[in-house]
Ligand binder design. Structure first.
Ligand code: AMP
Length: 497
């Protein structure tokens, strides 16, 4: 069995496999490209178009196009409703992308592709990881591992360069930001700390430029183009092009024709940098907080790796050199490093002896809400702290609070705050307790993260050492078994080209 690596990105996706000499290689898609735009165009009730051709249609047919679907992973709401009124969830649209990526990989490799490793942002929580796994299944793939993107990038760079030491990965992609510190020793990749922001990426920089120019059009007596889907899709495309141009040029021009009048603007790099200073500052705060968590100073960092298309912006490099006094490693391809690393990890999973070992950490604390005996307040108790190495299993014992207590309010939370109002509640249920328990009967709550960072929870009556019914994480944001099977059958009828 040969496993390939897939970087399922917000704006672009890439697929890599190990070549005969053991080096990872990007596979070209049917359009001859190494990167496939993560865009799905619903063409008809029976088929979708994926990739560059779909992306070209984004401006003229915004209502049929789904972009940035990764940002919606783990949400229950439909991200697209087709002409027949069928709603598609984020994992279903991602499945269509994955199917196309796998079909193209099969063509490139000359053999069927079924076994994959998929990368996810490090901060992806349980629901988003489960949705990614489900997307793989809906695409007919066997997902052997979900790997954190910054970890994959570090593995790609580390195996290629043979370098060891403390790596800092700054990953600013199309829709997301991740910061990760790892210790690398002899093919061992041990993540020390990681953090990220699900709503901080290239499209947010584009949005700032869109807002800025849309306001200038209004100032010049024009309409609000952001209210028109076709015009705003056109403006988005022009603004992204201008942003990219500003990485190498001092100025970029943006033109937009609205009702026979052409608006033309020159944007300078410094104007753009002023506009986006707030976004960049958000990445700086996250960098500092990750270093604090890792209990390291910048002096301890040996190498800085920049990953994600947006790290080509000069202001990102300036920020890195100001903070770290290091030059980012050359030889890290911002768009390809993640997929290449995923292919190395994928290859290692099936090698007779693993070539790399990866110890990742959980980006989210997991806990439960219980009454704090000292304060009498409902409190969130963290059971698995953030940045714990995965897989992991932690347990905590709580006690019943009333004599002859017959029911227990069980909950699973994500987040570190002790105030239940400030954490996400993944699960709430009421469990029946067996009769005859002593006062202050001990109840064990066992929480674990598997190697993919997916959470599992058990509750045990410690008096009799018996499970108290399953605290199956019902994951309202994910598809249950029946809906997954139905969706699999429905998607199988859609042609992907
Ligand atoms: P990724 O998700 O890593 O593929 O990153 C894609 C994002 O990087 C998109 O928002 C692109 O607009 C952005 N990007 C790609 N190239 C450049 C560049 N030269 N300068 C600025 N942003 C870029």
């Amino acid at each position: 069995m040969e496993v390939i690596g897939i970087d399922l990105g917000t704006t672009y996706s890439a697929v890599a496999a190990l070549a005969a000499d053991g080096r990872p290689e990007l596979l070209v898609n049917r359009d001859g490209e190494r990167l496939t735009p993560s865009v799905v165009l619903f063409e008809s009730p029976t088929g979708v178009l994926v990739g560059t051709l779909a992306r070209r249609s984004a401006a003229s047919r915004p209502g049929d196009c789904v972009q940035f679907v990764k940002r919606r992973m783990g949400e229950a709401a439909a991200v697209h409703v087709d002409a027949d009124g069928r709603g598609y969830r984020a994992e279903e649209v991602s499945a269509l992308l994955l199917r196309r990526l796998a079909e193209d990989a099969a063509t490139a490799l000359g053999r069927p592709v079924r076994d994959v490793v998929i990368t996810v942002p490090a901060y992806f929580d349980d629901a988003r990881r489960t949705a990614t796994r489900d997307a793989g299944r809906l695409a007919g793939l066997t997902v052997h591992r979900l790997v954190n993107e910054p970890t994959a990038a570090a593995v790609g760079y580390g195996t290629h360069s043979g370098q060891d030491g403390v790596f800092f990965v700054y990953d600013l992609g199309g829709g997301t930001f991740d910061a990760t510190v790892l210790r690398v020793v002899d093919g061992d990749y041990e993540v020390i700390a990681t953090d990220g922001d699900r709503h901080l990426g290239g499209c947010d920089f584009d949005n700032l430029l869109i807002g800025y120019l849309a306001t200038r059009i209004i100032e010049q007596g024009g309409p609000d183009v952001t209210r028109d889907p076709v015009l705003s899709a056109e403006l988005r495309e022009r603004c992204e092009t201008a942003k990219i141009r500003l990485s190498t040029a001092d100025t970029a021009s943006v033109r937009l024709t609205v009702r026979d009048r052409t608006y033309s603007f020159q944007v300078s790099r410094s104007e753009f940098e002023d506009l986006s200073a707030g976004l960049l500052y958000r990445t700086e705060l996250l960098l500092e907080s990750v270093m604090d968590e890792a209990q390291l100073s910048w002096r301890d960092v040996d190498r800085v790796l920049l990953v994600g298309g947006c790290t080509r912006m000069p202001m990102v490099r300036d920020l890195i050199s100001r903070l770290t006094h290091r030059v980012p490693e050359p030889g890290v391809h911002p768009d390809e490093a993640v997929a290449l690393g995923a292919a190395v990890i994928a290859g290692s999973l099936t090698a007779p002896r693993p070539t790399v070992t990866v110890t990742d950490v959980t980006s989210q604390a997991l806990g439960t809400i219980a009454l704090d005996a000292d304060t009498g307040q409902l409190t969130n108790f963290v059971i698995i702290p953030r940045n714990s190495p995965v897989p992991c299993r932690y347990e905590e014992t709580f006690v019943t609070v009333q004599p002859r207590q017959s029911r227990l309010h069980a909950s699973v939370t994500e987040g570190e705050d002790s105030d239940p109002e400030h954490v996400a509640v993944l699960h709430r249920s009421v469990l029946a307790l067996p009769p005859g328990l002593p006062d202050e009967a001990p109840i064990r709550v066992v929480m674990s993260y598997d190697v993919d960072g997916v959470a599992h929870v058990e509750t045990i009556d410690a008096t009799h050492d018996r499970p108290l019914g399953a605290v199956a994480l019902d994951r309202p944001a994910n598809l249950d078994g029946d809906r997954l099977a139905a969706s699999e059958a429905a998607l199988a009828h859609l042609g992907v080209r």
